[in-house]
Design a protein around this ligand. Structure first.
Ligand SMILES: Cc1cc2nc3c(=O)[nH]c(=O)nc-3n(C[C@H](O)[C@H](O)[C@H](O)COP(=O)(O)OP(=O)(O)OC[C@H]3O[C@@H](n4cnc5c(N)ncnc54)[C@H](O)[C@@H]3O)c2cc1C
Length: 334
């Protein structure tokens, strides 16, 4: 008998498993390796100033602290490196956005996220078009998601806590408690599919790039952990399992026009589905009628920033009977 079954080993299920293991729980993780998962295409960016208005996302300081604690501890325990600081060059898209950045620079609340500006000329030397210059976001981070997930899986296999299969009803006999972390596949989950999820498919290209900077104008060019960079992304709420499309590729290249990629090869073109929610907060907690069934899902486009923070809250809820944060608690829909 195991204390918890975790269904799904994307970023949510893997992180959730290690929080519970760290508290002495016996865990079994079940994953069927299903196509189109978000974590299989995620570029792992943690961006502390988001959207055209450069807003710090909800609870970002707390999330950054929890990420640092969790990922560093995993790195030490597993002897690998997968979480790194990555200054993000925010290429201004309008005078208004540049003014917003300038105003923020006068406000001490933002000192932790801003590290000055670079001029247009600075970028021109590198073949980057930045007609309005750029602000440098500090305290941005990048997780090597594939390496983290592989190290997590290796640990779980070595500790006999891994099952390579789809969840079946009879798995319920193996454990008193089941936590579903199925990403957008929650849409097929008989107990939780009623919740207001809003999945969105996104595409990513890999490219051989000489530029070693993380650049964003809303879309992004991010150095990868291997010998290539990532370009992305797109949003499609309709054709969730279409896989990568020619339309998506064109859209990415049009939006990433700050560098001329026209003569480049794109060795990989990937597509995955973000498990978003209508109110843009995760959905975590216990089923209203089945008190042994739990949900940890809905991390949308920002799972790398938020999953460790909410895994800690979920662990405190499961093991210490602590209250879940109201913005994420499943009971907000009851
Ligand atoms: C193109 C793109 C780029 C992104 N970039 C970023 C980024 O830079 N930064 C960021 O923070 N976020 C990013 N995201 C979002 C991020 O990927 C997600 O927030 C996060 O990975 C969600 O993880 P998850 O575990 O909830 O879901 P998933 O990654 O989808 O994992 C679900 C897992 O559950 C398994 N599964 C499902 N159902 C079953 C079942 N019944 N039985 C067994 N196994 C099952 C699947 O096989 C899968 O492994 C991006 C997403 C996309 C699509």
């Amino acid at each position: 008998m195991t204390d918890f079954i975790i269904v799904g080993h994307g970023l949510a299920g893997s992180v959730m498993a290690h929080y519970l293991i760290a508290r002495g729980q016996k865990v079994t993780v079940i994953d069927a390796g299903l196509a189109h998962s978000a974590s299989s295409v995620s570029v792992g960016l943690v961006n502390p100033l988001i959207g055209p208005k450069l807003n710090p996302p909800f609870m970002i300081t707390e999330c950054l602290i929890e990420n640092e604690l969790f990922f560093r501890q995993c790195e030490r325990a597993w002897g690998s490196n997968f979480y790194r600081s990555i200054p993000l060059h925010r290429l201004f898209i309008s005078e208004k956005q540049k003014d917003t950045w300038n105003e923020m620079e006068k406000n001490s609340d933002f000192i932790q996220f801003q590290d000055g500006q670079w001029s247009t000329a600075h970028y021109e030397e590198m073949g980057i078009q930045a007609p309005l210059g750029a602000g440098i976001t500090k305290n941005a981070w990048q997780l090597d998601v594939p390496s983290f997930l592989q190290a997590s899986k290796d640990y779980l296999i070595a500790n006999k806590a891994w099952k390579n299969s789809a969840f079946q009803e009879e798995n319920k006999q193996d454990s008193p408690k089941i936590i579903f972390c199925e990403g957008f596949r929650v849409l097929e989950n008989p107990w939780f599919k009623y919740l207001p999820f809003a999945p969105a498919r996104g595409e990513v290209l890999t490219v051989q790039s000489e530029i070693d900077l993380a650049l964003s104008n809303g879309s992004w060019h991010l150095p990868g952990f291997e010998d290539y960079a990532y370009l992305g992304s797109t949003w499609d709420h309709q054709n969730l399992v279409s896989g990568p499309t020619e339309k998506g590729k064109k859209e990415i290249l049009r939006k990433c026009d700050f560098v001329d990629f026209s003569k480049k090869d794109f060795p990989q073109h990937l597509s995955g589905v973000r498990s978003g929610t209508k109110d843009r907060h995760p959905i975590i907690g216990v089923h209203p009628n089945h008190k042994n069934l739990f949900l940890f899902n809905g991390f949308g486009s920002r799972g790398t920033s938020t999953i460790p923070h909410y895994a800690k809250k979920m662990t405190d809820f499961l093991l210490d009977d602590r209250t879940l944060p109201s913005e994420a608690n499943l009971n907000r829909f009851e």
